[in-house]
Design a protein around this ligand. Structure first.
Ligand code: FAD
Length: 510
């Protein structure tokens, strides 16, 4: 069935003609709003019942009197000047005035005045309507004071607060949170922290804020200058009420998330100091074992060379002098047995369990352990960690040994008599699912033709000292490979060596 146009109805042009004038009179008289009508000089010609109720003046009290009789004489002159400027320009005016009732009680009036124009467009009357908003104002002030109080308490709190609406926007925060914004060099630290501590929060917040909630999860924030900061973050689901008009009659709230971020740096630093001492001892122990392992491996490696020569000699001698060849073979077998027993006593690397590690933490530990050596060598360190670095799965002791070996190589390269530039830049960075650590020294660098050989076991560029058996980088490469990463040596911008290590965050091999 197609829609038919409605039949034309004959409404009168002027709807007011439908109502008898008495209805208007009674409507104005009985309105729950103080209504007064004045002449152009603001002399009262009419006042309704509510006017009398609110002001305390009877109709007879006010007839012929100027509206100024309501004035408490404390409303600023500028308010009246504005009012009259609008009215003289035939524009309606509304605002707030301090009035007093007949009994001198002061009240706050919300007043609206409309000029009534005659057929010539001249002001014939003014229509004034006002209501007592004293109580409303008191409640508004109370709410505002409470808000200010809450805000100053929140601002004075040592922890940072951020309230997120269902769309993830921060709608309320405090001073401590604003400090975090500059410290973390992030536009919205709440988003960074949530990405890190509650991945996928963004997609679930609007549907189920409870799923994004967690209690006291800790994370570390590294800064190029100054101490690293440790944060303990709690996220609690809260119900928020929308301030949109369309939700006025809707009792149900919307999901929001309240983040409370506490700085626990002092506590963690104390724990770290204790942990640092234990770590130093276990690293030293592991390094001693590694030195024995490498020394014995080097001995086995070097012993195998003459034994291989002997084996070739036996093969040549076999045809000319089989008896001597036999004697030599026995000697060779004995020697091989001895070498094998030597190989058996080489201590194995400890079996370390893989856990979630933060490379910034590992690098900080290594820097702390190496600080005395760096100071002795007069090396300045430019530490540029990524403020927030996702964790990876790894063996912390092995990783510490890896970076300690690279750091020690850099120190040794620069700590040469007469070498002037002694700068070390260490940076960490996360991008495209990878973690990248770069150690850039200002030493003499490694010649291009040695860069690959440097990873071979027992390769050393340091002649004669006898201290170096050249297993540091091969061991470092082994640790990197065990973690599915890659290591590379490049030329640093200063001409020195740049050791670059990369791991995948998900632990897969690169
Ligand atoms: P006034 O001498 O009345 O005036 C102060 C200044 O206002 C003058 O310097 C002048 O620039 C300007 N002004 C005053 N009257 C006129 C005019 N007719 N035309 C042009 N400019 C003028 N005041 C209240 O305090 N409380 C009220 O509830 C209130 N209700 C009002 C309702 C209506 C409908 C109207 C028209 C006015 C109302 N007024 C009210 C304003 C009031 O008439 C006075 O202007 C005001 O109270 C200041 O009074 P006053 O004696 O201090 O100064």
């Amino acid at each position: 069935m197609s829609a038919q146009p409605l039949p034309q109805q004959n409404f009168p042009n002027d709807l007011e003609d439908l109502l008898p004038p008495e209805v208007y009179r009674q409507a104005v008289r009985q309105a729950d709003l103080a209504i007064s009508i004045t002449d152009p000089a603001a002399r009262i010609l009419y006042a309704n019942d509510s006017f009398s109720r609110i002001t305390g003046y009877s109709r007879d009290d006010v007839l012929g009197r100027n509206e100024s009789l309501l004035s408490n004489r404390t409303t600023p002159d500028t308010v009246y000047a504005d009012m009259w400027a609008a009215l003289q320009a035939r524009r309606p005016w509304s605002g707030k005035l301090l009035n007093q009732r007949k009994n001198r009680e002061v009240y706050l009036a919300e007043l609206s005045i409309t000029p009534v124009l005659d057929s010539n467009g001249e002001i014939s009357h003014f229509l004034g309507m006002h209501r007592d908003i004293t109580e409303l104002h008191r409640l508004e002030r109370m709410v505002r004071n409470q808000k200010q109080l809450i805000e100053s308490v929140i601002d004075a709190a040592p922890m940072a607060f951020a309230l997120l609406d269902p769309g993830g926007r921060v709608v309320l925060d405090n001073l401590a949170y604003k400090t975090l914004v500059s410290d973390m060099q992030a536009a919205e630290p709440a988003h960074h922290l949530l990405d890190l501590l509650s991945p996928g929060w963004c997609a679930t917040l609007a549907a189920d804020a409870g799923q994004c909630a967690f209690n006291a999860r800790e994370t570390r924030m590294d800064r190029p200058a100054g101490r690293a900061r440790w944060l303990s973050v709690t996220a609690a689901a809260v119900e928020m009420h929308s301030d949109c008009a369309d939700s006025y009659f809707c009792a149900a709230g919307q999901p929001g998330l309240l983040l409370v971020i506490a700085d626990i740096t002092n506590l963690r630093e104390e724990q770290e100091r204790a942990h640092g001492a234990a770590l130093k001892a276990s690293l030293a122990e592991e390094e001693r074992t590694a030195a024995i392992r490498e020394g014995l491996s080097a001995a086995v490696f070097r012993l195998e060379e003459p034994l291989n020569v002997m084996a070739s000699a036996i093969a040549i001698l076999q045809r000319r002098d089989p008896a001597s060849a036999d004697m030599l073979r026995q000697a060779l077998e004995h020697s091989r047995e001895h070498v094998e027993s030597l190989r058996q006593v080489i201590p194995q690397s400890p079996q370390e369990i893989s856990i979630r590690v933060n490379l910034n933490e590992i690098l900080r530990d290594v820097l702390e352990i190496c600080t005395p050596r760096l100071l002795n060598a007069g090396i300045t360190v430019d530490w540029q960690p990524s403020p927030i670095l996702p964790p990876m799965t790894g063996r912390p002791l092995q990783l510490r040994m890896l970076f300690k070996a690279l750091l020690e190589n850099a120190i040794e390269a620069m700590n040469v008599k007469g070498w002037r530039r002694r700068e070390l830049q260490i940076s960490s960075q996360a991008s495209h699912g990878c973690l990248r650590v770069a150690l850039l020294d200002s030493g003499p660098g490694i010649p291009a033709e040695w860069r690959h050989k440097a990873f071979e076991p027992f390769f050393t560029a340091k002649n004669g000292s006898g201290k170096h058996i050249g297993t540091g980088l091969s061991r470092a490469q082994q640790v990197v490979a065990d973690h599915g990463g890659i290591i590379d040596l490049e030329e640093s911008p200063s001409g020195g060596c740049a050791a670059i290590v990369e791991f995948r965050i998900d632990g897969d091999p690169i």
